[in-house]
Design a protein around this ligand. Structure first.
Ligand code: ZN
Length: 243
């Protein structure tokens, strides 16, 4: 069974009554609930726990980490970011949601500013499937429609993705690469744009389906971490003696 840890900053929900009305137990609990229904082994972790809930033990027992953060990216300690980064290079999957695009871990993995355009106007978003045969789009029709979502617009300052799964169109005219995949070291990364804290995006069945598919796609393979460094010859090399 895939072991998932859902990490959430968990500040908006505690500090704002209107956000708490949407996610009374926190965004992490809502995401955990539909992942459990899908048969995954799910735990949660939040910023204000010791070591942000991401101890060595937790990470060593995590196949796929989900990341939601927004207003407190800078409060995530560099030591924990390095720990997560190491685990991704060793093969742990990472699903980065919405405003996690500016998290320390995503920026470190991308190596760019990860900046974008944004607008909070409650506009409609239509997420078009760009890659219908991709496992992350399994079970999704031609598009997903969200009544209200925060606009994220291109240009998105990230490296060209390995695969583009969704393009989001917004009522106000912008477009965005809303679902994309990357590989870093032995790890797989899925970035998925929807999920502003004031909208009920993570209750939408298609959004849930994409996140479940994303987790399954990011699952590590059983291949051992590659052996690097000095390498013995596999068969005798004919050495010509230079005179
Ligand atoms: Zn947002």
């Amino acid at each position: 069974m895939v072991k998932v840890t859902v990490w959430n900053e968990y500040r908006h929900e505690r500090e704002s009554e209107s956000i708490r009305a949407v996610y009374p137990e926190g965004i992490h609990s809502q995401i955990a609930s539909f992942l459990k229904e899908a048969g995954l082994d799910v735990k949660t972790a939040t910023l204000d726990e010791p070591e942000h809930g991401l101890t060595e033990e937790v990470l060593n027992n995590t196949d796929v980490l989900i990341w939601w953060g927004h207003k407190a990216h800078k409060e995530v300690s560099d030591e924990i970011v390095d720990r997560v980064h190491q685990r991704v290079l060793q093969g742990m999957g990472l699903v980065v949601l919405h405003s996690g695009h500016m998290s320390k871990i995503f920026m470190k993995l991308m190596g760019t500013s990860c900046d974008l355009k944004w607008r909070e106007a409650g506009e409609k978003e239509r997420l078009w499937v760009m890659n219908p045969s991709h496992p992350i789009a399994e079970g999704i029709g031609e598009y997903i429609e969200l009544e209200h979502e925060e606009m994220y617009g291109t240009h998105f300052d990230v490296p060209a993705p390995d695969e583009l799964i969704f393009v989001g169109w917004f009522e106000g005219g912008n477009v965005f690469p809303s679902g994309s995949t990357y590989r870093r070291g032995s790890g797989k990364i899925f970035y998925f744009q929807p999920g502003h804290e004031s909208y009920p995006t993570y209750y939408h069945p298609d959004i849930q389906r994409v996140i479940v598919n994303g987790v399954r796609w990011c699952e590590p393979t059983s291949r051992a971490y590659p052996v690097y460094g000095s390498s013995q010859e596999l068969e005798p090399i004919k050495r010509e003696v230079l005179q």
